[in-house]
Each structure stands twice: as C-alpha cells, then as structure tokens.
Design a protein around this ligand. Structure first.
Ligand code: NDP
Length: 394
C-alpha cells in the first residue's frame, strides 16, 4: 500500500475500536499514513462523534436510529457525514477502503462484515462470531470477491504471522490465559459476579468477550474460528493454558519445529499487523517484551471440569452443520443474562450445552446452512430456545 491507507472501523467505540483508533491517529515516521473513512457504533453516540471529529472521518454511523438527530447535532459544522440505522451501517462497511476493521461484537456484526467482504475489501477481523456462525459462507464470499480475511484475534494473528507452510502443519496450539477463575476453588465459581468475571488478569476487553474468557467459551469460539480461517480440522487444534499471555499461539510442523509469536498482551500489536500486512509498522511507546524480567512462562492443560465450555465447543465444531450457530446464539443470550444478573455464572456453559444437545438430538441443524438467511434463522431459533430454558423474556 502506498499513499494514504483508507481505514473504516465498524465498532469504533469498543475496546478493539479504541485500540485501532490509537494506531490510526498516530503519526510515526515509517508507519502508514492512515485516512479514516467510516466509524460506526451502536448507541454510544458521544464517543462516536468525538472519534469521528478527532480523526476527520468521512462518515459516522450510529446503528440505533433514534440517535440520528443527536449525532447530526454533535457533528454539526465538522464536515463529517452522519448516518443511522441498518442500511447506513452496511453503507459504511461498503465505502471504498483499504482495510475494514470488523470489531462489532456478536453475530450482530455479521451483516456489516459480509458487506465489506462482498466489496472485496481486506477485512481485519476481530468479530469472531461472524466466522463461528458463517465461516464457510464468508470464506466462499471472500473467494468470489477477492477479499482477504486478516485475523485480529491475538491467537489467530499469531498463527497467521508464523504459518508459512500450511501443508506441513501437524497441529495448531491456541494459548489461553485461563481467565480470572483459573484457580478459583470450584465451590466458589457458582457465586462469581459480573464484575469479577470481567476483570481479566492480562487483557482489557469488552464485557462479552471478557465473560467468554472467564468461562473459556472464548477459546471454544476461537477453536471454531481457527478451523475456518486456517482450514485445519478441530482434532488438530489444541488448547494450552498459559497464564502469562506472552506466547499468543503456536504452530507445530511435521519436522518437529514449533513456531510461536510472542509479545506483551496489547491488542495494538495484532491490530497493527492486520492494518499494515504484508508489511509491519512501528509502534513506539508500547511496552516491549522483556523475558528476563518476566522470568518464567507456565503451561498447563485446560481443566474440563472447571471449563466445560471448551468440550461443548468441540462438540459443536465436530458436529458441523449449523451447530456452531446454535452454540453461539445460546452463549450470547446466556452471557447477556449473566451480565444483567439474571442467571448465575455456571448457568452460561450449562444452558449453551443443553440447547446445543437439543438441536443435535433433533438433527435440525445437521446440514450446513446454505445461505446467510439460514444462518440468521438458526440463530433466532437458538436464542428463542435459550430464553425459554432460562425462563426469561427476550
Ligand atoms: P466491545 O463491547 O468493547 O465493543 C463492541 C462494539 O460494537 C462497540 O463499538 C459497540 O457500539 C458495537 N456494537 C455492539 N452491538 C452492536 C450492534 N447491534 N450493532 C452495531 N454495533 C454494535 O467489544 P470488543 O471490542 O471487546 O470486541 C469486539 C469484537 O472483537 C468481538 O467479536 C470480540 O470477540 C473480538 N475481540 C476482541 C478483543 C479485545 O481485546 N477486546 C480481542 C479479540 C477479539 P457501542 O459502544 O455503541 O455499544
């Protein structure tokens, strides 16, 4: 890429969005000269307008249509165009850009991610739920349009950085910190609060992914994401608990070599790689890895009793078809209910597993979805069933 690098950020007000804004707002010698095209948010209209004005974005879109007037007022005189609602979000994703950062959380991010992929844009993908629910379909669309999927998730970004000979890969090893409850006595896990679950020991992230890390459903979703992204079957993807989050993942080759990517746990590194690929860009001021200071790196296998979500996700990916969509939908509903203090922590994985089992027994999702409409329908049914089981109103 030469000249200005045009970047749009879908989900600009979130945690990945903030890290991306930090990168594109710097002016560092040797780094690309970024031009912000579109920024989007769901309801956080103040932060959206502030970021759009600060970065001189062309367009700012708020998904919640009721906030359109407020957005136009906040942007008055700034020269930033305002948009609101679903169609405007899709338009933001479709604006010509060199990179679209897909950082909306949940399956809610799929339509915009798909719109960017269909344009043939290189998509820097954080929104793992899109791949979990529609991995095969999205890859097919990317093949048709020539779009490139560049993973932002630190584990997949690590693998992407060291995966030079895919045909020689024996296995992928995804590292996991184990989250805040890695060594909490099992008897205390039922009573943990949203505040405790969100307090990740190494990474600062949005609420949903933080809870997913605490249950380790995040690693399950990442396993599915990795299977799609790298075309490696689930049985050749291992999970390794590594509490320090320094090794971001590893690739084992068939000559006995194991390649890993290391770094401090800071999302700006993988995001910058996805923005500057196939080059790298300088990120001065970020804490550098000092292994002598860290002293030791620990590794242990995941505990299936403590983290049943991982086996549930393996069951979903090995069943294939629409099973990962069911798992994701049930998990999204359960995590939201936990964050609202309507269910306990352990109920999250339990209900996701039960809903998945029901759909698998009924064989209603045995076939892979043939269209995105089918993906949304399976998601709807899985959510409906989860609400029913939790006896909650949608
Ligand atoms: P956050 O919750 O911090 O941010 C989510 C963003 O999406 C916000 O901009 C939010 O807008 C927007 N959004 C939420 N719902 C909708 C919707 N229905 N329609 C349109 N926009 C919406 O999430 P994170 O940044 O933590 O995560 C984003 C994605 O990246 C997730 O898929 C996550 O798994 C993945 N990821 C995150 C990492 C991290 O370090 N945070 C690491 C690796 C992957 P608003 O602010 O207005 O609500």
């Amino acid at each position: 890429m030469s000249g200005k690098v045009r970047v749009s950020i879908l989900g600009a007000t979130g945690s990945v969005g903030a890290s991306t804004l930090d990168i594109v707002s710097r002016s560092t010698p040797g780094a690309p000269d970024f031009q912000v095209v579109a920024l989007t948010a769901n309801t956080n209209v103040d932060a959206l307008a502030k970021a759009a004005i600060a970065t001189r974005a062309e367009l700012a879109v708020i998904a919640d249509e009721t906030l359109y007037t407020k957005l136009t007022q906040l942007l008055a005189g700034s020269g930033v165009e305002a948009g609101a609602g679903y169609n405007a979000l899709i338009e933001a994703a479709q604006r010509p850009a060199d990179r679209v950062v897909a950082a909306i959380v949940g399956i809610a991010g799929l339509p915009a991610t798909l719109a960017a992929v269909r344009q043939g844009t290189a998509v820097a993908l954080a929104n793992k739920e899109s791949l979990v629910c529609a991995g095969a379909l999205l890859k097919e669309e990317a093949k048709k349009s020539g779009a490139r999927l560049l993973p932002i998730d630190s584990e997949h970004n690590a693998i992407f950085q060291v995966l030079d000979r895919p045909e020689r890969v024996e296995k992928l090893i995804l590292t996991a910190s184990g989250g805040p409850f890695r060594s909490t006595p099992l008897g205390e896990m039922a009573a943990v609060t949203p505040e405790q679950a969100i307090a990740h020991p190494n990474w600062e992230m949005g609420a949903k992914i933080s809870v997913d890390c605490a249950t380790m459903m995040n690693k399950g979703l990442e396993l599915i994401e990795a299977a799609y992204l790298f075309g490696i079957p689930e049985r050749r993807i291992e999970v390794l608990v590594h509490p320090q989050s320094i090794i971001h993942s590893l690739v084992a080759y068939d000559d006995g070599s194991v390649l890993a990517q290391l770094g401090m746990p800071d999302m700006r590194t993988p995001i910058s790689y996805a923005l500057s690929w196939p080059n790298r860009m300088p990120l001065p001021g970020l804490e550098r890895l000092d292994l002598a200071k860290i002293g030791r790196l620990d590794f242990l296998p995941p505990d299936p009793q403590r983290f049943p979500a991982l086996d549930i996700a393996r069951a979903a990916v090995s069943a294939g078809g629409g099973a990962p969509i069911v798992l994701n939908g049930a998990n999204e509903v359960a995590v939201a209910a936990f964050l609202q203090r309507r269910i306990g922590f352990l109920t999250i994985a339990q209900v996701a597993g039960e809903v998945l089992d029901e759909f698998l027994s009924a064989r209603s999702v045995a076939d892979a979805p043939a269209s995105f409409e089918e993906v949304y329908e399976i998601d709807r049914l899985a959510r409906e069933r989860t609400f029913e089981k939790l006896r909650l109103a949608a």
